[in-house]
Design a protein around this ligand. Structure first.
Ligand code: HT7
Ligand code: ZN
Length: 876
């Protein structure tokens, strides 16, 4: 794989005018005929050849304006088709026939079969595995699609756009024709054929047009698509109300498939989903599953405008659609659920996934400038940090300014393949703001470190806030410029009231936002008559790490009084982290672990505070994770010590709070019919947190076994099973319950994924052997990405003590797995491999063993570009 550079971007020599595709579907020998009409772009060298992309293609015929082409005029290779001696300016037609084998396509890119269903995945470069094509996002065309297939096996023939018609075709076949009037890039093409059940509904748009909504799932699973349909209708309505965006076809379809590399795909009018993000009912889906379905249905739907109507000029602009669309789905979920609780979950996710990426060998800017394998840039930096950058634009410009900029973006760039610069310019032009310095967020990698100190001068009634920003070096970027960091803040008085902070010198403050723009800056607030507590980066307005030594008392004040509940949660976390890092250090030194009374007090007060939403209290009780603690420790990490230290803190809290937890457990039972709404989910979360602490305090599996027996929904069932497996792995109740769960859900692979994941995340070195034995289970399927992620992925990403076994055995197992998966599914292998990206943070003996495993992978035979790219960068 050669390296692609942003600086090398230039438009194509030929303009694609129309695309007509005919598929004759066959499991192993599908014939694809592509009729493409091109003309040479004005000013292009008349001798320039047309070069089309291919990937592993076999061509069986090539026509030029309907006549067989002279072989001297073209060169067909598996990876490209070059055609020479083409007209100087008149349009011409190329007809290419390729033969492909969907059944043998284990990469799940291009046209493949999933459980007997034909489906496609073309983003980013899968279309070139179907036919020769200018497979890049700035080539937009109108497509007509004909599908011919065996009628009995494939009653359903779907593609993008509107249905034109269909008919019988010979004795056993039939065909269908689809036309998509909206010009689109090839990555948004989709085709589905097979035998599926459907759930149907309609949506009436803001201008009164009726849109047919269809969700296709395996026969018998239709009832499990009801929640997805509801989420879709709410998404359509929300996008009209909040962003003024109306849907633009007569039909919107979603198809759920069981073999899928990622969450879902926003193909125009025909979204294809990993079935995990469509199917839900109380018996089989957790509250988290419902929330994920709602978010991903919305995300893919929102892409219709941010991604499809306005697409990306090139793949370097990926954040243009992904960062923006994540921001939109975050806002949607915040409006559907509890805004602060949603924000806490987002920040937890950002810190645990994106911060490590940004501080390790895979760090890259939100808008990268080079890549070797584009599949490896569907990262949490592009998605989640990209979303945070969009959020900061909204924070800086305010609600109205942001809306004006978005409106201008939709108006100015509808139908375009755009860039990040185009996007930013809309906000500047709409509001007059200068976002030049702000745009560094797209270009400089790394998480800014902001160090803060405050001095209160009672005699002068001033508060001085000194801030210093430092952006660490990242691969290829040794030196950085200072960024524009918008920090929401409040000065909180004794009684909890916010003080007037409008008289200020030393920098720009707009409403409740302090704009840090210099490397170091001191803001002086006047007229502050008593010493306030400073609440900074409220709502996590900027994705930074804040170093602000605040006393336990100040943190407790924020935790009790801040009107921003995110800031309350942050203060609780800031109180807990030093206790947990100290505990880890003590455990490493073999010393007893001390737990501060003040932390226990804050946590129990919050837990028992009936004024607070249960979901918020559950988030507070979910202390920083072992990987949060590892990040805070910052190096030479011993995952066993971190675990032992954290466990000691949990035990202390559980014992001190036993009566509080018992009361919560009794009081928060959710009665009546199951509802997946956020408030009910919050009560379940709090009650299950209480169950965990009670089980720890009691040191007995009995309560969890009873909870399991009493559960009437998957959230409670899987939580009880987790407590049993993780807290009492040797108990007879645990073995029996695991078995009962397996037997009960033996025919539901998505639920068995939970069963795999719970077992793969049992803390401790012995879990590796258990994972090995689970690979032999009849439920395991190495070709199914969901299964692989739930077993191997859970061990590698979510089981620090299991994965980072001192003897390195799990690393060598992992290397074997990566090398085994890679030839089948390079995207999956490369993504799993990122679990080792922070190996340099480990203490030296583990780091050494992790490096050896990486070297084993690096030396593997015939590595894919995907895995080679990741392993090389991780080792560099
Ligand atoms: N735009 C999609 C990203 C994507 C993808 C999806 C499924 C399989 C492979 C894929 N490669 C890239 C999903 C999204 O962000 O909405
Ligand atoms: Zn997306």
């Amino acid at each position: 794989g050669r390296i692609v550079h942003l600086a090398d971007y230039r438009p194509t020599d030929f303009v694609l005018e129309r695309v007509d595709l005919t598929f004759e579907l066959d499991p192993t020998e599908t014939k694809v005929e592509a009729r493409l009409i091109f003309h040479r772009r004005e000013g292009v060298d008349p001798a320039a050849p047309l070069v089309l992309d291919g990937d592993d293609l076999t061509m069986t015929s090539l026509l030029f304006d309907q006549i067989e082409m002279d072989p001297a005029r073209y060169t067909a290779l598996p990876e490209s088709l070059e055609i020479r001696d083409l007209p100087e300016s008149t349009p011409f037609e190329i007809t290419v026939v390729t033969m492909i084998n969907p059944e043998a396509n284990t990469q799940l890119m291009g046209l493949y079969r999933s459980n007997g269903i034909y489906c496609t995945q073309c983003e980013a470069e899968g279309f070139r595995r179907i036919t020769y094509f200018p497979d890049r996002p700035d080539v937009l065309a109108v497509y007509t699609i004909n599908i011919i297939a065996d009628k009995a096996a494939n009653p359903l023939l779907l593609s993008n756009g509107n249905f034109l018609g269909g008919a019988g075709f010979g004795p056993d076949k039939h065909f269908a024709a689809w036309f998509d009037p909206h010009p689109k890039p090839s990555y948004l093409f989709a085709l589905v054929a097979g035998d599926l059940g459907v759930v149907e509904d309609t949506f009436t748009t803001m201008t009164g047009r009726e849109v047919a909504l269809k969700i296709y799932v395996e026969h018998g699973k239709e009832p499990r698509a009801a929640y997805a349909m509801d989420a879709l209708k709410r998404s359509m309505k929300w996008d009209e109300e909040v962003f003024g965006r109306e849907y633009d076809l007569d039909i919107f379809m979603i198809v759920a498939v069981s073999n899928f590399n990622m969450g879902a795909m926003e193909n125009k009018g025909l979204n294809i989903f990993n079935d995990k993000y469509v199917l839900a009912d109380p018996e089989t889906a957790t509250d988290q599953d419902y929330a994920n379905i709602e978010a991903i249905i919305a995300h893919e739907y929102f892409h219709n405008w941010t991604g499809n109507r306005i697409t990306c000029r090139d793949w370097f602009q990926l954040c243009l659609k992904e960062g923006l669309t994540v921001y939109r789905d975050h806002e949607f979920s915040a409006d559907m659920r509890s805004r602060p609780v949603k924000r806490i979950a987002e920040v937890r996710h950002l810190r645990s996934e994106q911060f490590p990426e940004d501080s390790g060998p895979l760090a890259h800017p939100v808008r990268p400038t080079k890549y070797r394998e584009i599949n490896n840039f569907y990262t949490t930096t592009v998605y989640e940090k990209g979303s945070e950058v969009t959020r900061m634009i909204a924070t800086i410009l305010g609600r109205d300014g942001f809306k004006k900029g978005m409106d201008l973006y939709f108006e100015r760039h509808d139908g375009d393949a755009s860039t990040v610069e185009d996007f930013v310019k809309c906000f500047e032009d709409a509001t007059g703001a200068d976002l030049n310095q702000f745009a560094l967020w797209y270009h400089q990698a790394g998480t800014p470190q902001v160090t803060v100190s405050s001095v209160y001068d009672a005699a002068a009634s001033t508060l001085s806030l000194s801030l210093e920003q430092m952006l660490p070096a990242t691969p290829g970027q040794p030196n950085k410029e200072p960024m524009h960091i918008p920090l929401r803040f409040a000065l909180i008085g004794d009684n909890g009231a916010e003080l007037d902070a409008s008289i200020v010198t030393g920098g720009k403050v707009t409403a409740d936002v302090l704009h840090l723009t210099e490397r170091s800056q001191t803001f002086v607030f006047s007229g502050i008559s008593s010493r306030p507590v400073v609440s900074l980066n409220r709502g996590f307005s900027a994705p930074i790490t804040l170093h602000f030594e605040q006393s336990e008392a100040d943190l407790a004040h924020i935790a009790r009084h801040d009107s921003d509940h995110f800031a309350r949660w942050q203060a609780i976390t800031d109180s807990a982290l030093p206790v947990l890092t100290k505990a880890a250090r003590a455990a490493q030194a073999g010393e007893p672990v001390a737990v501060s009374a003040s932390l226990v007090d804050i946590l129990l007060t919050v837990a028992a505070d009936e004024e607070l939403e249960p979901a918020f209290r559950a988030q507070a009780l979910a202390l920083p994770s072992e990987s949060d603690i590892a990040r805070e420790l910052g190096g030479d990490n011993d995952p066993d010590a971190i675990h032992v230290g954290r466990e000691a803190v949990l035990v202390a809290l559980a014992k001190a709070g036993a009566s509080v937890f018992a009361a919560l457990y009794d009081r928060h039972a959710v009665t009546g019919a199951f509802s997946p709404d956020a408030a009910s989910a919050g009560r379940r979360a709090l009650r299950n947190a209480a169950l965990t602490f009670l089980s720890i305090a009691e040191g007995d599996p009995k309560r969890a076994a009873e909870a399991y027996a009493a559960a009437n929904n998957m959230t409670d069932l899987s939580q009880a099973l987790s407590v049993l497996a993780h807290r009492f792995p040797e108990a007879k109740e645990t073995a029996a319950t695991l078995q009962a769960f397996e037997a009960r859900f033996a025919d539901n692979p998505l639920v068995l994924d939970k069963w795999f994941a719970i077992q793969a995340t049992i803390p401790g070195a012995q879990t590796l052997e258990h994972v090995r034995s689970l690979m032999a289970s009849p439920h395991y399927a190495a070709g199914n990405p969901n299964r692989v992620r739930s077993l191997i992925g859970s061990l590698a990403f979510s089981n620090p003590t299991g994965f980072h076994r001192k003897d390195g055995a799990a690393y060598s197992f992992f290397a074997d797995q990566i090398l085994d998966i890679d030839p089948r599914n390079p995207q999956l292998a490369a993504r799993l491999l990122t679990a080792l990206r922070s190996w340099r943070m480990l203490e030296s003996s583990r780091a050494d063993k992790a490096r050896q495993a990486l070297v084993t992978i690096e030396r593997g035979p015939n590595l894919s570009t995907d895995v080679r790219d990741i392993v090389d960068r991780i080792l560099k």
